[in-house]
Design a protein around this ligand. Structure first.
Ligand code: AMP
Length: 215
């Protein structure tokens, strides 16, 4: 089963992807996670992507499309796409590749969250720079303030979760990513989920709608 998650920054795509990955044995692909790792390792791609990411802008399509299509094509089990595609050019490139490979997206899940809630969530999000675990200082805090539960590293705020950058990311989402909903609605199989409920509730709803019982 192949799933695409759509939704603004901070809608909970990453959190739900990790749960879907674990429960249903799918492989999670997040270009944001891949790029952050490249930046951390100071690779050539990381160096090129960094300034776009820190400014809250999209990394150019020529860097992202090949990077993602190659990984998706090589994957043998079902996939969850989280953060790709993010504009129409990427979506069309993905459709073309899937058709060529005789693959398809079984479900496109749109997680709907209001802009006010997004700003609130992102400005209080903290992440572990080592393992990538995410927390929220208001509604999902770590056991010890400022410390990752898993590996005890010091939590940080992502540079692109600062107020000014969040605004830019929301603008880009409105202009470039929102039109994808219509693109996929015209293809069918879109499920719309209220992303302002709690994490477990959202996961149950997704599991039911895609016809899989939550274990
Ligand atoms: P995310 O972790 O999904 O919020 O992504 C963090 C940042 O990585 C974004 O703000 C972009 O700079 C970059 N990025 C992630 N996915 C894409 C994509 N599909 N196209 C272009 N840039 C992306």
């Amino acid at each position: 089963m192949n799933i695409l998650l759509l939704g603004g920054p901070g809608a909970g795509k990453g959190t739900q992807s990790k749960k879907l990955e674990k429960t249903f044995g799918l492989k999670h692909f997040s270009p944001g996670d891949i790029l952050r790792q490249e930046v951390k390792e100071n690779t050539e791609l990381g160096a090129r992507a960094r300034e776009f990411m820190e400014a809250g802008k999209l990394v150019p399509d020529e860097l992202i499309i090949n990077l993602m299509l190659k990984r998706i094509k090589e994957q043998k089990k079902g996939i969850i796409l989280d953060g790709f595609p993010r504009n129409l050019a990427q979506a069309k490139a993905l459709t073309e590749m899937l058709e060529k490979e005789k693959m398809k997206l079984d479900w496109v899940i749109k997680i709907r969250v209001s802009p006010d809630e997004i700003i609130k969530r992102l400005s209080s999000r903290r992440v572990c720079p080592e393992c990538g675990a995410t927390y929220n200082i208001n509604f999902n805090p770590p056991q010890v303030e400022g410390i990752c539960d898993r590996d005890k590293n010091k939590l940080v705020q992502r540079k692109d979760d600062k107020k000014e950058t969040i605004k830019k990311r929301l603008e880009i989402f409105e202009e470039e990513t929102r039109p994808l909903l219509e693109y996929y609605q015209n293809k069918g199989n879109v499920i719309i989920i209220n992303g302002e409920a709690d994490v477990e509730h959202i996961f149950r709803e997704i599991s039911e709608k895609i016809g899989r019982k939550n274990k």
